[in-house]
Structure formats: C-alpha cells, structure tokens
Design a protein around this ligand. Structure first.
Ligand SMILES: Cc1cc2nc3c(=O)[nH]c(=O)nc-3n(C[C@H](O)[C@H](O)[C@H](O)COP(=O)(O)OP(=O)(O)OC[C@H]3O[C@@H](n4cnc5c(N)ncnc54)[C@H](O)[C@@H]3O)c2cc1C
Length: 405
C-alpha cells in the first residue's frame, strides 16, 4: 500500500478506536485504522465483557445505557452479528456506608432513566446459584445489564462492520509519527507509509500518551493494571446466573465458560507506565499477581466458597487508562487542530465503546459536540504533574464501585 488519503485516521484498533472508526464510516467518511499489533489484542481482548447501567453521573448513565442498546441491536445498525447475554445484575452492599451509597445510586439512577430496583432476599435466593448472601446486606437489581462472553466477539463484530462499511484496518504497523504543519495535524506515519488526513484520532489505550506525544500533545491519563480470573467449569455455577457486583469488596463475578469469572479492584493498585518500559512492551508484559485476586475473593469466602478454592482455568490482565476525575477523555485535543482523543476508559471502555464511538464520530463529522459531551473533553484539565495524575488515577481505580462513598 502506498500513499493513502483518508478523512479520518484512527490510531489503535481496540474497542474505542474501532467503534469511532465504524461510526465515522457510517457517517460517510473514508477511514483508516492503524494498529501496532492485531485488532483487540491489548486491553479490549482482556475485558470481562460487562456492561453496567448504574453509573456515577447522568452522562455516563446515558452513554452506558445507549451502549447496551447498541450492543443488543448491533446486527441491525452495523450489519454484523454480535451475541450478548442479558441475565441482569445485582449490586450488593454489606456495610452501612455502602448501603447508603447504593440507596443514593438507586435514587439517582432511576431519575436518570435506568431500570433499577431494590432486590428482595427471595429474589436473590431464587436467581443465584453461585452466591449465597450471608448476614446483613442490601441489594439492587439491575435487569438492563448484559455481558459479552468473549471480548473477542465484539472486536470481530466491529471488524466485520468496518469491512462492510469501507473502513480499512491496517494491523501490525505502529504509528511512529504524527506530522504537524502550520499548527495542524496532517496525518500519520508508519515505517511503511504516510497517510494524509485532516482528522487523527488517538485511541491507543495504555499508549495514548506516547501517541499524543508524537504530535507534541499531552493527554491527562495514567495507566493502571487490572486483572481477572476464570475458574475451571463447575456445577456450582449456573450459566444463566446474573452478574454480581459486591461494592464494599470492589469485586465482580459472573458465569464464564461453565465456571466463574472473578475480577476486582485492589485498594493499592499498580500503576504501569508504558513510557518507562522497553519499546516492545505489550499487554502480555503487564505483571500479573494471582495473590491480589485471591485476597479480593477471600472477602466473599462465606458467600462464594468456590471463589477462593476453585482451580483457575484462566488468569488475565491488562491496563486501564485512568483519568483524574474517573470520566472518559474524549474530544479534540486543545491547541492542536486535527488531533482527537478517544480514551480515559477508567475500566469501562469496552462496554462504553459503542456509545463513546458514536458520540465522538458525531462530533468529528458534524463539528458539533453531542449534548453534554464537552464535559469529557481533554480540555477540562489544566496541566497536572505525573505524580498527581497517577495518585488521582489510582484513587479512581480503587473507588471504581463507590467513587462518592
Ligand atoms: C482484565 C480487564 C477486564 C476489563 N473488563 C471490562 C469490562 O468488563 N467492561 C468494560 O467496559 N471494560 C473493561 N475493561 C476495560 C476495557 O478493556 C478498556 O476500557 C478498553 O478495552 C479500552 O479500549 P481501547 O481501545 O482504549 O484500548 P486497547 O484495547 O488497548 O486498544 C488500543 C490499541 O492501540 C494500539 N496502539 C498503541 N500504540 C500504537 C501505535 N503507536 N500505533 C498503532 N497502534 C497503537 C494498541 O496496540 C492497542 O491495540 C477491562 C480491562 C481489563 C484489562
């Protein structure tokens, strides 16, 4: 392939990049996605696949609920099949502080349109096989919630839809330059080609800061490790069971491949900055620690005995890109026309990719931000030193389920 001109070049073929590319293509733009490895091979391919309708603010609630609808109707608007599972979820609190927190979430999420209700003990007993509530607790039922069993299936659906709508996806080709002429970004460069484009979207996940740096720009994000495990198949888990989120333990659980998936947010998370790693650093090099997950799971040993004892079939992890306020970082990069960013996943970039990509593409292609979206713009932050970015990102990570508690 020689010189290619496109309306939009997206850097990174994870969920956020592919969704943005697909939506720009659906809006009639010529689009090229350039990916350093293979599509979905980094954070997006490791995701638990969970979609969560209860969110900390109205905008995120709208984006999350829109994403659920778009995932469930993917074939209708994108023209490629996508399998989703809708067992709903329970949010559980076992401390007074977290009970109060969930009561607030119930009230506000309902106001923002989500279908959330208080769950009775009988409902929990009837719907759950792998989780037996013990002692005093409070639970919410969130029937809208879904999951995608294998994260690769969303990536494959995006790729099929991109092909169908004419967006080119170039793999195994890192972007190594973003030329700037007269104060404007003019495209991207790889070792094999230059692609001229008036719009370049940095959707490079854990590498988003390095990529922005190629154009001399700065985005306020700090990558942090996240891990999950899947147990060997066991009859103690009914595959039809709902998702569980135990907010005081910062844990999520769901059926997976006949076993149980367990993921969680440790109180003392590990920042991993790819800028300080060898150039070849990839998600495969993120150091994993099963002990962290075992400790998190031990908090629910009475409710889910198998969580700490069952043999592990898979242990995987990768990087979240955490922002200082826990919200997405999406929109035009200040003072550098032509450069856009789709990042700040804060652990929800897989699921919210459907809504974020749609909204960002609308902003790019019409020049007008969809209602509320400027609140996610990278311009909302002033300069922040690295240590502040990291400490605020770690706080957001550790408070994933209770950012206001
Ligand atoms: C274990 C785990 C579980 C998770 N569970 C969930 C979940 O249940 N629900 C949820 O919503 N989110 C979840 N997440 C978060 C979710 O995976 C991320 O928010 C999402 O994948 C981010 O997508 P992305 O496109 O920004 O990043 P990525 O998928 O990492 O994609 C970025 C891409 O950019 C490429 N790239 C980097 N540098 C360059 C370059 N110079 N040139 C070209 N390409 C480049 C990378 O190779 C990569 O493929 C989870 C994450 C992990 C690690």
């Amino acid at each position: 392939m020689g010189l290619v001109d496109a309306d939009v070049v997206v850097i990174g073929a994870g969920a956020l990049g592919l969704s943005t590319a697909l939506h720009c293509a659906l809006a009639g733009r010529s689009v090229a996605v350039v990916e350093r490895h293979t599509a979905g091979s980094q954070a997006s391919g490791r995701a638990a696949g969970l979609f969560k309708s209860v969110q900390a603010d109205e905008l995120r609630t709208a984006l999350a609920r829109r994403s659920i609808t778009r995932a469930m109707t993917f074939a209708d608007w994108a023209g490629a099949p996508l399998k989703t599972v809708r067992p709903g979820s329970f949010l559980i609190a076992r401390t007074d502080q977290h009970r109060q927190f969930l009561c607030r979430e119930l009230d506000q999420s309902r106001r923002w349109g989500a279908d959330v209700r208080e769950a009775t003990p009988a409902e929990l007993a009837e719907r759950l096989t792998y989780y037996r509530p013990v002692g005093d607790y409070f639970a919410l039922s969130c029937p809208e919630d879904i999951y995608i069993e294998d994260p690769a299936s969303l990536i494959q659906a995006y790729l099929a839809a991109c092909r169908r709508h004419g967006a080119a996806v170039i793999e195994n080709e890192p972007v190594i330059g973003i030329p700037v002429t007269a104060g404007r970004v003019t495209g991207v460069e790889t070792e094999r080609r230059s692609i001229a484009a008036p719009v370049v979207v940095d959707a490079a996940g854990g590498w988003v800061r390095q990529v922005a740096g190629l154009a001399g720009a700065w985005v306020p994000l700090a990558p942090v490790r996240h891990q999950l495990l899947i147990t060997e198949p066991t009859p103690q888990v009914d595959p039809a069971d709902p998702i569980i989120r135990v907010v005081d333990a910062a844990l999520y659980l769901r059926p997976a491949r006949g076993g149980l998936m367990i993921g969680g947010f440790e109180p003392d998370p590990l920042p991993v900055d790819p800028r300080h790693q060898p150039p070849s650093f990839s998600t495969d090099d993120v150091p994993l620690d099963l002990g962290v997950l075992r400790q998190l799971a031990a908090q629910v040993a009475r409710e889910v005995p198998l969580a700490s004892t069952a043999p592990v079939a898979e242990h995987r992890g990768g990087l979240f890109t955490m922002s200082p306020d826990g919200r997405f970082v999406t929109g035009p990069v200040p003072d550098l026309p032509g450069l856009w960013v789709a990042s700040g996943c804060n652990g929800s970039g897989f699921s919210s990719s459907l809504g974020i990509g749609e909204a960002l593409a609308a902003w790019i292609t019409t020049g007008t931000p969809p209602p509320g979206l400027t609140a996610l713009s990278p311009a909302r932050f002033g300069p922040l030193p690295d240590h502040a970015l990291v400490s605020r990102g770690l706080w957001q990570y550790a408070h994933y389920y209770d950012p206001a508690a």
